[in-house]
Structure formats: C-alpha cells, structure tokens
Design a protein around this ligand. Structure first.
Ligand SMILES: [Zn+2]
Length: 417
C-alpha cells in the first residue's frame, strides 16, 4: 500500500481501490491500495475525512496502524467490498492544523533545549477538536531544573522568530548508520536496523519523525503557549500550546480581558502585574493576620459568657470570617473551655455562616439550628455537638445573632426544668 502523505502531505484526495474490508459492529475496517490518511501515532492524532463510492458518502472516523498496515475505520449506510473503486477525501482543516502543530512542536522543542539543555522530551500529543474545529498541542518535558514563564517567554519568542523567517522544512531518508549527533532520535528507533525519515527545519532542527509537516515555517503563522502544568513534585511539566488562528484568538482574548479589567480598575495595563503582586502580598498578610486573630478569638469570646440554669453560653459576631474559619474557631473553643457550655458564632463574609457547638450539654445544637434557620433559608448540617450552616446575607446580623442566642437560652431553660 502506498502512503501518499509520506511523499506529499499537501495532497488531500486520491482515487484508491479497496484491498480488504471487514464489517464489525456497523463499522467497516478498510485497507486501500493507496491512501492520503495518516494513522494515529508518534503523538499525532489521526486524519479523518470521507470515502466516496459512486454517489455514496462514507465517513472515516478513525485511522489505525496495525503492523505495516493502515486500517481505515469507516461508517456509512451501504456496502463496501474488495475491489471497489473509491475516492478518499481528507478533512483538510484537520490535517493542515495537525501539520502546523507538528512542525511547531519540532521548533518548540529545539528552542526549549537550547534554553534548557537538560530537558528531555517525554511525550507529545497533537490533537484536533472536531466540534470546536480547533487544534491543541501538548509536550511533556522533564527538566533538570524548574521551568518558569520567564524561560518559556524567551522560548516562545524564538519559535515565533523561526516562524516569521519562513524557513524551509525538508523531509528525507537516512540510513541509521549515517545518523549524526545533531539529529534528534528516540533511542528505541536507533535499535532498529535500516532507514529513518528525517524532518529538517532549515539551519535549526533535525529530528527523526514519521508525522506530517509543513514545507515552510511561515505557514504556522503564530505560536502561543497557553498553560504549564507541573506534574508531581519533580520537574516534569505538560506545556500546552496553540498555533495559527487559534493562537491569535487566544492571545487576543487574554490581552483584551487584561486591558478591560485594567481599565475597570482604573490602572494602566502595564501596571496590572504590579497590582497583582501587591494584591498577592496583601492576601498573604491578611491570611497571616487571620491566623493570629483565630488564636486570640477564644479569649475574647469567653468575655461574652452568660449563664442560663448553670450552663454558660458564649456568642460572637466574627466579621470577615468564612465558614471554614468559623468552624476552626468552634473547634478551638471546645479545646480551650474546660467546663460544659454552648457557643453560637456568626461569621460575615461573602455569605453569612453560623456555627454552634456544645460540650457536656444534653442538647443537639444541630437540631436547634436546623429549626431556627429553616425560616432564613439556611443550609447546612452537622453533629449534635457541632453544626455549621450558611444563610442568605442578612442585613441585620446583630438581630439575627440576638434571636439565635435567645432561642438557645430558651432551649437550655426547657432542658433544665
Ligand atoms: Zn514530526
């Protein structure tokens, strides 16, 4: 079988003859005498498209490699038989996007190892989303030191420089024994005897590869890293990228969002980084202050002590406290106060939260809260001695806490009589 894409990836259709055809589960597994479709492999997603037989259209939904064979997974109503003449038509947008992604990946990785020589390519995944009609690339690299945006910004600039220089990309065959040091080859490939296919980006990169690539780097148009994800605690990273129009759209959307937000906040766009850094510092000092406050709060709350039928009841409004922090405070109180007691805490942040705790008292605080808060649209739950609820933002929190404390007082009175 001849694979046309190996010689010329720009050919998007061909006449072919079916040499083998099996039907399973409503799908055909078709082998052709020649094909424009490349299988899934080497980190590149498969091509898709159509098979035309007379006026009937069949969809090619997957292309697999089986040994040396290319198996086309075909769907459609009608019959396909050995000897049938068909026309293969590629989904060209999908193929061309994969060609751009693959060529960009070669340039990207070469730029990366120039900047970080200790990096090793672990994996590549180049895909095309059929619904969004959008391509995505991911490379996984292991580096000998942490990877950051500063380094990647330099790498990204170099990739775009190579794209704008519109360098030529050549493909040729070499005997394994003729491979030179400057060619990137996977070790597994070196063990094989015979020949390898080399893809060369003019004066920049040579790599053994069997994917589909462009003729000129300028066809990529634009390259943009969209995110970095660190895997585990080591220096293994997934780096995601886009190319062409998808990359331009991404860059424009993100930059416009920054411009828009900067304008709304009354800053110049170039001040945004400064503002974010300042915000991060403030956030950290606020979190430190809250930790300090949490330590000091139990002693302060103890001052609210009132006794109802020999049982102390404590209460407090904790402004700026979220439910999580309020719960932490409840646990601290249980630890600090040695006698039997009931405590009601009300926190105000984006929402209003309520925590009720008890110790050594035969009163299910969760039931009291549930009953009381049902008319305030409260949601939550807990155990008999520890309950946490969220309620709609209240305009009068003093009144809310007051009536809640009164409710607990009357429950305690009933308990004792
Ligand atoms: Zn390649």
């Amino acid at each position: 079988m001849s694979e046309i894409w190996l010689q010329n990836p720009y050919i998007d259709k061909t006449r072919a003859k079916i040499v083998s055809c099996e039907r399973t589960n409503g799908e055909f597994r078709v082998l052709l005498d020649k094909t424009v479709f490349r299988y899934k492999g080497g980190g590149q997603d498969c091509d898709k498209g159509k098979l035309l037989k007379n006026s009937t259209i069949y969809r090619i939904i997957d292309v697999e490699r089986e040994g040396e064979k290319t198996v086309h997974i075909v769907k459609g109503k009608g019959s396909l038989n050995v000897g049938d003449e068909v026309i293969c038509v590629l989904d060209w947008d999908r193929r061309y996007t994969l060609m751009k992604l693959h060529t960009a990946e070669h340039i990207f990785y070469r730029s990366l190892i120039k900047e970080l020589p200790g990096s090793e390519l672990k994996d590549i995944w180049l895909t095309f989303d059929d619904e969004k009609r959008e391509g995505n690339g991911t490379i996984t690299v292991e580096s000998d030191r942490p990877l950051d945006w500063k380094t990647l910004t330099k790498v990204e600039a170099e990739v775009n420089k190579i794209i704008h220089e519109n360098r030529s990309v050549k493909t040729y065959i070499l005997n394994v024994k003729d491979l030179t040091e400057d060619i990137r080859v996977r070790d597994s490939l070196l063990k094989r005897v015979g020949q390898v296919r080399i893809v060369e980006v003019e004066d920049f990169d040579k790599a053994a590869c069997s994917g589909t690539h462009l003729r000129k780097t300028g066809e990529i148009i634009f390259f943009k890293i969209t995110s970095i994800e660190r895997k585990g605690n080591g220096n293994v990273y997934h780096i995601n990228f886009k190319i062409g129009e998808d990359a331009l759209n991404f860059a424009l959307t993100v930059s416009n969002q920054v411009l828009w937000k900067a304008q709304n906040l009354g800053y110049n766009p170039d001040e945004i980084i400064y503002v974010l850094e300042k915000y991060e510092k403030l956030r950290r000092s606020l979190s430190y202050l809250k930790t300090q406050l949490l330590e000091a709060m139990p002693s302060y709350i103890e001052k609210s002590r009132e006794v109802v039928q020999n049982i102390p009841i404590y209460h407090c409004i904790c402004k700026g406290f979220e439910a999580k922090e309020l719960a932490m405070l409840g646990r601290k109180l249980k630890k600090k106060i040695k006698e039997s007691f009931v405590a009601v805490l009300l926190g105000t942040n984006e929402t209003t939260s309520i925590v009720a705790v008890s110790k050594g008292v035969n009163l299910a605080v969760s039931n009291v809260l549930k009953e009381f808060l049902s008319k305030h649209g409260g949601k939550g739950g807990g155990r008999p001695d520890f309950a946490i609820y969220g309620v709609k933002k209240s305009n009068n929190i003093d009144e809310l806490l007051n009536s809640l404390v009164n409710k607990f007082k009357s429950e305690l009175t009933m308990l004792q009589t």
